[in-house]
Ligand binder design. Structure first.
Ligand code: SF4
Length: 268
């Protein structure tokens, strides 16, 4: 499905609730204002109104959507799945493996998988690689983890770093605090996305925090993609107002943050 997420072409939500809508389990500070849960609360958008906590509703895997990947000829970047975490504890292992099978069978397409549970991604991918007698993931599969603060940087990066793959990435969004010196970690990733929080009750993101990350990426020669300043951007202790309500208009960024790079091997 077409999307306005700037770093991808399509979102493919292959796991949905059987009654309609989606489900996920909140896990950390970055989930507090979850966009997917907000949409799921609204039946107008097809949501089922179940909160993202407690027990999951009955879920379904869209095997037909997975099968179709292999027939798509025009190369696109697919963000799979934007509305949940495909490596959630509640997702059956064989669903994760069916997804990887479908990606393997679609080498013309690029798949971007993002998780807040890289320890599960690591073990599930290892099982799948074993079953395929492969040493590393096919190069059309990129794996990433979300990082919102120093704690999640410390915890999640170590698991992501162990996954054998050409392109590992971090989505540092919503950035909730200054990450300080990230340079010791930057050789673990081939791409970094960063941005402030958008939507109602957005928490502040200081432009100086983003500048620090971008500067360190330039030094490390890690491609960096500044997605948005967020709806509550702060610069020099004052609100930095933007016309775009999520602070996503690149022309409104301070000039040195107008950076939207992709990993070097990307197929446009
Ligand atoms: S992991 Fe993502 S989709 Fe799931 S609750 Fe957290 S922010 Fe929402």
């Amino acid at each position: 499905m077409p999307t306005n997420i700037e770093w991808t072409d399509l979102t493919d939500n292959i796991i949905r609730a059987k009654v309609g809508g989606w489900w996920c389990q909140k896990i950390s500070e970055g989930c507090k204002n979850c966009y997917s849960e907000r949409l799921n609360q609204n039946s107008f958008f097809g949501g089922n109104k179940q909160p993202y906590s407690g027990q999951p509703p009955e879920l379904v895997l869209d095997t037909e959507a997975i099968r179709k990947w292999g027939f798509q000829r025009k190369p696109k970047k697919h963000f799979v799945s934007s509305m949940t975490d495909v490596f959630g504890e509640w997702v059956p292992r064989f669903w994760q493996h069916e997804m990887l099978d479908g990606m393997f069978a679609a080498p013309l397409q690029t798949f971007q998988i993002l998780t807040k549970r890289p320890e599960i991604m690591f073990s599930s991918v290892a099982e799948w690689l074993d079953s395929q007698e492969l040493d590393k993931l096919p190069s059309n599969i990129w794996v990433g983890t979300s990082i919102e603060n120093s704690r999640t940087l410390e915890e999640r990066s170590q698991f992501l770093a162990q996954i054998p793959v050409d392109i590992r990435f971090w989505s540092v969004e919503p950035l909730l605090e200054d990450l300080g010196d990230v340079s010791p970690y930057l050789n673990q990733v081939q791409w970094l996305i960063c941005g402030g929080e958008s939507g109602p009750n957005s928490r502040p993101c200081h432009i100086e925090w983003l500048e620090s990350i971008v500067q360190q990426c330039h030094v490390a020669k890690t491609p960096v993609f500044v997605k948005q300043l967020g709806a509550n951007a702060i610069f020099d202790q004052q609100r930095f107002k933007t016309r775009d309500k999520k602070g996503g208009g690149i022309e409104e960024f301070p000039q040195h943050l107008q950076v939207r790079e992709f990993p070097f091997s990307v197929r446009e």
